[in-house]
Design a protein around this ligand. Structure first.
Ligand SMILES: [Zn+2]
Length: 423
């Protein structure tokens, strides 16, 4: 009863009016390319249902998001436009990877594609529109709002973040940009990880270099700040640790002006790391640490984040905020920490899709935190050699993805809302 009461007590920040456009009205790149239905015999293919954009909402690093009503069932959904897809090979690869990931995901705590709008004929194919579930807010907006955040909220949010992360990592995917703004939440406190624009497949070969343009600085793991050329799923766990502290204290844990200062703030808290923890660091970063004064750890300040920073909470936090990625707790192991027991219970008692109630009680799923059933394949990444080839491949991918599904959707270019939006 307590759980139900808590869930039904409104989180005031999560009203629809809080759906705001972060990015302002976006540039639509001329706005000429609106998906048009294929001309095909009406007897064979159902005519596409038309979509009216209601309003822009705008989350996502590489796209614009509208709130729309699905004309097939009247359901409110989010429509994400992926613009400038075919500008160059890099953006083509990035969008195709994100698109394939969105279609691959099948997990309640990871945002996935419900549908993709029917593309026009390939000569006019410039933009891709993906439909996802509509979420009303994100954790950043919740944290900066005046809305109280109870320990119950924090536990159920953290549980869902780690549950989604375990799924991603088990599929061999690193998110690389976990931050509060990429954690969508709705009024029932359901949480979904989103924005896979920077996500990559984990590189098992440590001799292979990985790119450095990773993660918003405040949530960036020390090994990335230290210029490590190879990193793994531990970078996402670091980000979750920072977010956990931010939920408790309602302020960014390591808010620095530069990557060097970011590293200094981290060592202020964790102390000077031993040489063994800097094995993969670049020479300059290691020299910077060794040149500075020797710092003792000051982890006890974490107890001062808030009343919610109990011994159990700080214990888990300290397992996530470990300088050495090899010694940092994994997302999967973090789920076994006693701090998350209540969040798990709450989630599976009345929030999840995997358990259900019968008159005699609740029937629980066999696996509370299921892994992915297979690895995400990255074989396409290297096979894309030109923008035109990418265009053909993506066009075919969308067409094949839609086959045998519901009535295809397209945007209604005549709609007043759409025209206003384009302007
Ligand atoms: Zn469940």
């Amino acid at each position: 009863n307590h759980i139900r009461h808590y869930l039904h007590s409104p989180l005031h920040v999560l009203h629809a009016r809080n759906i705001v456009n972060h990015n302002g009205i976006p540039c639509t790149g001329g706005g000429a390319a609106v998906p048009q239905p294929h001309s095909s015999p009406a007897s064979e293919v159902p005519s596409p249902a038309e979509m009216e954009p209601d309003r822009p909402i705008g989350y996502g690093a590489f796209g614009v998001v509208w709130s729309v009503t699905d004309p097939r069932d009247g359901r409110k959904v989010a429509l994400k436009k992926m613009p400038n897809v075919f500008q160059n090979l890099v953006s083509c690869k990035r969008v195709f990877r994100e698109l394939r990931m969105l279609c691959f995901f099948k997990h309640d705590n990871v945002l996935s594609a419900l549908d993709i709008l029917q593309p026009p004929q390939i000569d006019c194919f410039e933009e891709i529109y993906v439909i996802t579930e509509l979420m009303q807010s994100d954790l950043h907006k919740v944290i900066v709002s005046p809305q109280p955040l109870t320990t119950d909220h924090i536990k159920v949010f953290l549980y869902q973040i780690l549950r989604g992360l375990k799924y991603l990592h088990s599929a061999g995917i690193l998110h690389r940009d976990i931050k509060p703004g990429n954690l969508l939440v709705n009024s029932n406190c359901l949480l979904k990880i989103c924005d896979f624009g920077l996500a990559r497949v984990e590189e098992p070969d440590p001799s292979r270099h990985m790119t450095q343009e990773v993660v918003t600085q405040y949530y960036r793991a020390p090994e990335v700040l230290m210029g490590s050329r190879h990193y793994g799923s531990a970078i996402d766990v670091w980000s979750v640790g920072c977010i956990f502290a931010e939920l408790l204290g309602r302020r960014i844990l390591f808010q620095a002006q530069s990557p060097i200062q970011q590293l200094d703030l981290i060592t202020d808290l964790l102390g000077t790391p031993p040489l063994s923890a800097m094995a993969s660091a670049c020479e300059g970063a290691r020299a910077h640490i060794l040149r500075g004064p020797h710092k003792p750890p000051s982890l006890s300040v974490l107890y001062m984040l808030s009343d919610g920073a109990t011994h159990e909470a700080v214990h888990l936090l300290c397992r996530m905020l470990v300088f050495d990625p090899a010694k940092r707790i994994s997302g999967s192991d973090a789920l076994s920490h006693p701090y998350l027991d209540e969040g798990r219970l709450r989630y599976h008692t009345c929030m999840c899709q995997c358990c259900y109630s019968v008159p005699s009680g609740r029937v629980y799923t066999r696996d509370f935190e299921p892994p992915a059933d297979r690895n995400f394949s990255h074989s396409y990444d290297n096979s894309l050699l030109s923008v035109w080839q990418g265009k053909e491949l993506i066009h075919r991918f969308i067409t094949e993805h839609q086959q045998g599904k519901r009535v295809p959707l397209c945007i209604n270019p005549q709609s007043a809302a759409f025209k206003t939006f384009i302007r």
